[in-house]
Ligand binder design. Structure first.
Ligand SMILES: [Zn+2]
Length: 98
């Protein structure tokens, strides 16, 4: 069974268990996202608001649900191949304009 964040995120997408309900974009980066992931332990709500990702699952940092939604909506860096469990749930980019 895949255990790293990226593999689990890809599994969510492959199995159709990561669903974006609404998203708005600034350029290619998502500004606001509302999504749902159907995990083995239940349903989790993922959102991006004011540059902060959140998920209703008990994990801290970037969980597989956020990573899956990131892959779908233009933030593949959230599911980097070498995941850092301390990656903050922020959406700040260098391209951000004041
Ligand atoms: Zn989660």
């Amino acid at each position: 069974m895949a255990t790293d964040t990226r593999s689990r995120a890809l599994a969510y997408i492959r199995e159709g268990r990561a669903v974006i309900r609404a998203a708005s974009y600034g350029g290619t980066a998502p500004l606001r996202v509302a999504a749902v992931a159907y995990g083995h332990t239940g349903r989790h709500e993922i959102s991006l608001r004011d540059g902060e990702w959140s998920c209703t699952c008990p994990a801290t940092g970037i969980c597989p649900h956020i990573a899956a939604i990131g892959l779908v909506c233009g933030r593949p860096d959230l599911a980097a191949r070498t995941p850092n469990p301390d990656t903050p749930r922020t959406n700040r980019t260098e391209e951000e304009t004041p």
